[in-house]
Design a protein around this ligand. Structure first.
Ligand SMILES: Cc1cc2nc3c(=O)[nH]c(=O)nc-3n(C[C@H](O)[C@H](O)[C@H](O)COP(=O)(O)O)c2cc1C
Length: 189
């Protein structure tokens, strides 16, 4: 089931197919206890049999990585299906390069990694498992330091996975009219 969950993340879409997501599967009791402490002492993190540490790898936006992805687009014939400016190799070649500060690409890396994480949440649920997306990651860099992650690998979420002891009632949601910025026009067929 862990493999199936990870496979759902691997197959997630990402802008320009950069695939910046990276994961660590944590099952060791001591490591889970440390994660629990760092993540504001949320007990379920230690109680879950498997905890996925979800990271964004900023080197996915480096020049060499971009070259690799572009070559794959060519090898797989994807370039023929690109449209507009993206179909123009000159446009793609002129895209900005990450500088020494890879943090420039943090927003894109996190946004795309979040998509993969939600794939895992939904797959786990479909398998009859429960998850809880943990965004309370303690002090910045604490988890990264504990696992000795490189500076370019940023922890963006912790995802405990296990069999749920209870199925809680749905949490409240704001109404459709509150999320629509203007009233929904009648949809024609
Ligand atoms: C980015 C993000 C961070 C979250 N962080 C936490 C957390 O640290 N601890 C926790 O118990 N729940 C956390 N949650 C879960 C939310 O509280 C939960 O999704 C929300 O209350 C709606 O409930 P539902 O997912 O059961 O519908 C997080 C959810 C997201 C998407």
């Amino acid at each position: 089931m862990v493999h199936e969950i990870l496979e759902a993340a691997r197959l997630a879409p990402s802008a320009s197919n950069r695939q910046p997501w990276r994961f660590m599967v944590v099952t060791d009791g001591k490591e889970k206890a440390r994660l629990r402490k760092i993540c504001l002492d949320q007990a379920f993190i230690e109680e879950a049999p498997v905890v996925l540490v979800c990271c964004a790898d900023l080197t996915a936006y480096s020049q060499s990585s971009r070259k690799k992805r572009a070559q794959e687009f060519i090898d797989y014939g994807v370039t023929e299906t690109l449209s507009g400016r993206f179909a123009d190799p000159a446009y793609r070649a002129a895209l900005p390069e990450p500088g020494p500060d890879l943090g420039t690409f943090l927003t894109a890396a996190v946004a795309n990694t979040y998509i993969a994480i939600e794939h895992m949440v939904l797959t786990a649920t479909a398998l009859g498992l429960g998850t809880c997306w943990v965004g309370a990651l303690g002090n910045e860099g604490e988890i990264d330091a504990f696992f000795g992650l490189p500076q370019t690998t940023v922890v963006v979420a912790v995802l405990p996975v296990g069999y749920p002891t209870v199925i809680p009632p749905p949490r409240p949601r704001i109404s459709l009219s509150e999320i629509l910025l203007r009233p929904l026009a009648a949809l024609s067929r």
